[in-house]
Design a protein around this ligand. Structure first.
Ligand code: ATP
Length: 296
């Protein structure tokens, strides 16, 4: 809603378009030819091992790093040449943010609200990130998880059309993580586009319309979570008990096998289980844990 109301000239265009993105640090191609498209209103999660190139990719999209090659458009603009107005349309939650230790939570939010043309009311943001009770606490007195909530609050205070979240729930307790997930779901329901990096597969599964897996600077999969890497059509394990002994078979046609078992056994199949690969199984198949690839 927010996005379409403000962007009549570029509605219909993807929020993010990336073609052939390359970024090298010396001989290391940290990003090695990534193509990526994020539609408006989508939540996309980038997964990948440490050093895979997620942060480098994200920071290029945010306009914080220059690319070596490739075409990048974010909200219709090349982030390498973006201006202040473009910057007010995106929200960023970095892995580490600058020090606001001496300001209270409310003062920090009010300070950042001043940078945006149409900020959310500070009290609304306090409520949405669960920091109302800490509004008058100084930054230095917050716990790690509370500090991270403040980071998220600072990221959404400007009512961004596009929100970048770099490992947003690292250090959250399980309850705070669930609360954060509902916050993201509500922002998405309002029309915001969200790109997040995470190491938590269940976070990607809970939040993302599309999951991108980056390995050694390349996008090796980009699918909805239920279909990642062919998960929905891949081999399924069917297990049951027959003649008192456990049996199991891997099959690509589990329904046919279960029907055959039911017919053979004349009804209920004892201890029947049908197990598809989990998101974690597929993810681990797609990545290796080596460092980024050095090029000759
Ligand atoms: P993590 O999950 O650990 O946050 P990541 O996928 O975000 O990892 P990046 O931070 O993008 O990975 O790093 C990709 C590769 O580029 C790594 O090998 C990293 O050491 C290297 N790298 C990143 N920034 C720089 C830099 N400024 N100078 C040199 N090398 C860098």
């Amino acid at each position: 809603m927010i996005a379409s109301a403000r962007l009549p000239t570029v509605s219909g265009q993807p929020a993010i378009q990336v073609r052939g993105l390359v970024k090298a640090y010396g001989s290391l191609r940290a990003v090695d030819g990534i193509d990526l498209e994020v539609q408006r209103g989508q939540c996309v999660a980038l997964l990948g091992p440490n050093g895979a190139g997620k942060t480098t990719t994200t920071e290029i999209l945010e306009g914080y790093r220059q690319r070596d090659a490739g075409d990048v458009t974010v909200l219709g603009v090349d982030p390498g040449r973006a201006d202040r107005r473009w910057r007010t349309r995106i929200g960023i939650v970095l892995q580490q943010v600058g020090d606001l230790a001496e300001l209270t939570v409310r003062e920090s939010l009010a300070h950042f609200a001043g940078y945006y043309p149409d900020p959310r009311p500070v009290d609304e943001v306090l409520d949405r990130v669960g920091l109302t009770a800490k509004a008058d606490a100084r930054g230095r007195t917050l716990s790690g998880g509370q500090r991270r909530r403040l980071d998220v609050g600072l990221g959404i205070i400007g009512r961004p059309e596009l929100l970048f979240l770099d490992e947003p729930t690292t250090g959250f307790d399980p309850e705070a993580r669930r609360e954060f997930w509902s916050l993201i779901a509500s922002l998405r329901a309002e029309g915001a586009t969200i790109l997040l990096t995470t190491h938590y597969l269940e976070e990607a599964e809970a939040l993302a319309d599309m999951v991108g897996v980056i390995n050694r600077g390349r996008l090796v999969a980009f699918d909805p979570p239920h279909a990642l890497g062919g998960r929905h059509t891949g081999t399924t394990r069917v297990a049951w008990t027959e003649d008192g002994a456990p049996r199991s078979v891997e099959t690509e046609t589990p329904t046919a096998l279960v029907a055959e078992l039911a017919a053979r056994m004349g009804g209920e199949v004892p201890n029947l289980t049908v197990t598809r690969p989990t998101l974690e199984d597929m993810y681990l198949d797609l990545v290796d844990d080596g460092p980024g690839q050095a090029q000759p």
